[in-house]
Design a protein around this ligand. Structure first.
Ligand code: HDE
Length: 703
């Protein structure tokens, strides 16, 4: 058929066939191919058929319909249509990194597990840090618990320690989990809010679930708005058991402690980070790994016997309780370093399948009813997500030790077992796998008795004592943040009776907290406290529960932003930059234009970020080094005004030269010890390592 359009914009077949290894730039039917040398393999179908044209589907004629016959098109689109697997129902948003675990102290007295007894041995790990409530594409920085899941590829099989950055949980029995998650997720009729607890269904459920009150204190604290993934603690939460060579078992709780110390953001800062960089934590981790600044955690255990547990003023099998460090001290036994970014997000981070039931000989479970339920849930969830009982054959899930058994076949089987024997016991095969009565996995031998029933132990009934202990252990600044977070969240709740019911619970925790929240909500009278199943016990404050007390005197893992303009003083910038980098920080230059600025001496300083897209919320402290002319130009630039105003409002150190001071004045930014002259680099570095907590009362009204 004749037609007046020409194929490929008039190019001949020869012109379309590019030399894949040449250096050329060719327009092909509108597409731009930039080939920069190298040996490019042929593009093929999944079955190895070379593809001649990856831009045009097979058409009946130049402007006619596409033909079903086009197997290349169909294969490509079918594969694309199937690219997604169900995202995790919880913890969908996560960042995974490879690394290693190194044991520094043997637990041989307590366990046979090689991973906990072979000092100096480096075991590969894959660690995935996540938020809980949001979907896979949600922001990194909502107020939320962080998941802390570690897969240890040990010599005796994979051990998955699937924990959180908070040592307790909302509920005591796994059967409640779907209700809790339905309450926190987007409300089903309107499909919002995404990744947020600040809505009616969450607080309605919580207000009817007194056992959640301890967890509520933790989630309303700044633990749920961490500064970076390298600055969170990790907890196995439940009690587990270790079993030694003579079969004796000891209870254990697992802890991860970040080498960078604990640090959180300010709520207003978190909200703004979410807009400025929805991938804030993932990017920060990627940058740290790329720069060779590998995040590291200490691994610690709390060990205790049944007899000791019997004397605790709470039940350690109740996941809403922690064991204060003052009661059972932490013993550091190893470290984990994360040092390798995955090659491919989907293949590794998305397909990694953590299962709480994955333990190795020498490690066993306790009777915590939450843990018991989790032992079922994770395997089941992986079967749905990964679609096959052979998901252990996906490389990220495959043990690094030998494994063999008589399980066969199934969807996506990758192995090709030989021989006629696929059962055990057998007498036909000389080399088929056999049980290992001595070294194989053994459960702890425990005597169980009592009535079978749907029942909660009496010892689980104290819901307020540890909530109170957490609150009274905090610094005054942190208490104000908890009260303000409660006011913020409950102000988003439309139902007044739900707000009131929560304040009623708070009265059992601390009357002053309840008063502050009631005032923040403008309740006309103090709601009654619900009947408590058990009286609140007096527990001594535990400073280990603070964040501020656990900040470290370092700029490692922190970032400093320096705002410059044309005419800025290069020497001052360089001095500050060097001091910050020497203290371990990364430094970014921010300028009105991304191409950089022409400094006073005529040289060009490149910018790492354009002012409009690089607000100060992305930094831990800022310096403002401006020429007089630059300061004047920025005085009508709201991004510059916000830059300094937010830095001040988020309690950050600010170093400013004369031009910088002029901008601070225009922005009506106050002066305090955290605002200093740019020449005072030592004071700036010291102030940058912390937040100016005293400033807070001058910049916002806290509850
Ligand atoms: Fe999970 N949880 N969970 N959870 N959880 C999942 O498994 C579940 C709980 C935690 O990075 C799911 O693979 C039940 C406590 C982390 O891939 C699912 C209960 C703690 C991750 C599941 C709990 C956690 C999950 C969803 C109540 C801290 C992410 C996707 C008994 C100790 C792991 C998946 C990753 C993921 C079930 C409670 C931590 C549905 C039934 C307590 C870090 O199986």
């Amino acid at each position: 058929m004749k037609n007046n359009t020409t194929k490929n914009s008039g190019k001949s077949k020869q012109e379309k066939n590019l030399d894949p290894n040449g250096e050329s730039q060719v327009v092909d039917g509108g597409e731009l191919h930039q080939i920069v040398g190298g040996q490019h393999p042929a593009l093929t179908t999944n079955l190895g058929v070379p593809i001649s044209d990856n831009q045009n589907s097979l058409r009946a004629n130049q402007r006619g319909p596409t033909l079903m016959e086009d197997f290349i098109f169909r294969e490509k689109i079918t594969h694309f249509d199937h690219e997604r697997i169900p995202e995790r129902i919880v913890h969908a948003r996560g960042t995974g990194v490879h690394g290693f675990f190194e044991l520094t102290e043997s637990l041989q007295k307590y366990t046979t597990a090689k991973i906990l007894t072979e000092v100096g041995e480096k075991t590969p790990v894959f660690t995935r840090l996540s938020t809980v409530a949001g979907g896979a594409g949600s922001i990194d920085t909502p107020r939320d618990v962080r998941g802390f899941a570690v897969k240890f590829y040990t010599k005796e099989g994979n051990w998955d320690l699937v924990g959180n950055n908070i040592p307790v949980f909302f509920i005591q029995d796994a059967i409640k989990f779907p209700d809790l998650i339905h309450a926190v997720k987007m409300e089903p009729d309107r499909a919002f809010p995404q990744a947020a607890t600040a809505h009616d269904t969450f607080w309605d459920y919580i207000s009817l679930t007194p056992e959640s009150m301890h967890m509520v204190m933790w989630i309303m604290s700044d633990r749920t708005i961490p500064r970076s993934l390298g600055m969170i603690e990790g907890f196995g939460v439940h009690s587990f058991r270790l079993i030694n060579a003579s079969g004796k078992s000891t209870f254990v709780k697992f802890h991860w402690r970040p080498k960078l110390g604990l640090q959180s953001t300010i709520w207003d800062e978190t909200v703004k980070i979410s807009g400025a960089d929805p991938d804030f934590h993932r990017r920060d981790m990627f940058d740290a790994i790329s720069a060779g600044k590998f995040p590291e955690w200490e691994f610690a255990v709390q060990l205790f016997t049944q007899e000791e547990a019997d004397r605790f003023p709470f039940d350690h099998l109740d996941a809403t309780k922690l064991i204060p460090e003052e009661l059972v001290p932490l013993k550091v036994i190893g470290r984990m370093v994360l040092n390798r970014w995955p090659n491919n997000f989907f293949a590794e981070t998305e397909q990694v399948a953590y299962c709480v039931a994955n333990v190795v000989p020498g490690i066993d479970f306790s009777n915590d009813p939450l843990l018991q339920g989790r032992l079922f849930s994770y395997q089941d969830t992986q079967l749905l997500r990964l679609g096959s009982p052979n998901f252990h054959q996906i490389p990220i899930n495959t043990p690094k030790c030998a494994f063999t058994n008589q399980q066969r076949d199934g969807h996506m089987q990758m192995e090709q077992p030989t021989g006629r024997v696929a059962y055990e016991p057998n007498s036909l095969s000389e080399n088929s796998p056999r049980e290992m009565p001595v070294n194989g996995f053994h459960s702890a031998v425990i005597t169980e008795n009592g009535d079978k029933d749907r029942i909660r132990a009496e010892s689980f009934a104290d819901h307020y004592s540890q909530a109170r202990q957490f609150y009274i252990s905090q610094t005054a600044y942190e208490q104000a943040h908890i009260a303000s977070a409660l006011v913020f969240e409950l102000s988003k709740v439309e139902h007044v009776h739900v707000r009131e019911r929560i304040v009623g619970h708070l009265r059992h925790i601390e009357e002053d907290l309840a008063k502050r929240v009631a005032q923040g909500l403008a309740l006309d009278k103090m709601p009654d406290a619900p009947v408590a199943a058990r009286p609140v016990q007096v527990m001594a404050p535990s400073p280990a529960l603070q964040i501020i007390g656990k900040m470290k005197d370092t700029l490692m893992g922190r970032s400093i932003g320096i705002l410059i303009t044309d005419g800025s003083d290069g020497a001052v910038i360089e001095t500050l930059k060097k001091a910050a980098m020497d203290a371990g920080a990364s430094v970014k230059i921010v300028a009105p234009k991304v191409g950089g600025a022409k400094l006073a001496d005529g040289s060009i300083m490149n910018a790492d970020g354009q002012l409009a897209g690089t607000p100060s919320v992305l930094f831990d402290a800022v310096a403002v080094i401006l020429s007089d002319k630059g300061a004047k130009a920025l005085s009508t630039e709201s991004a510059a005004i916000d830059f300094v105003r937010d830095a001040f409002g988020h309690l950050k150190a600010i170093a400013a030269d004369k031009g910088g001071q002029a901008l601070l004045k225009t922005a009506k930014v106050g002066q305090d010890l955290g605002v200093m002259d740019a020449n005072n680099k030592d004071a700036f570095i010291t102030a940058a390592k912390t937040r100016q907590w005293e400033r807070e009362k001058s910049v916002r009204t806290l509850a």
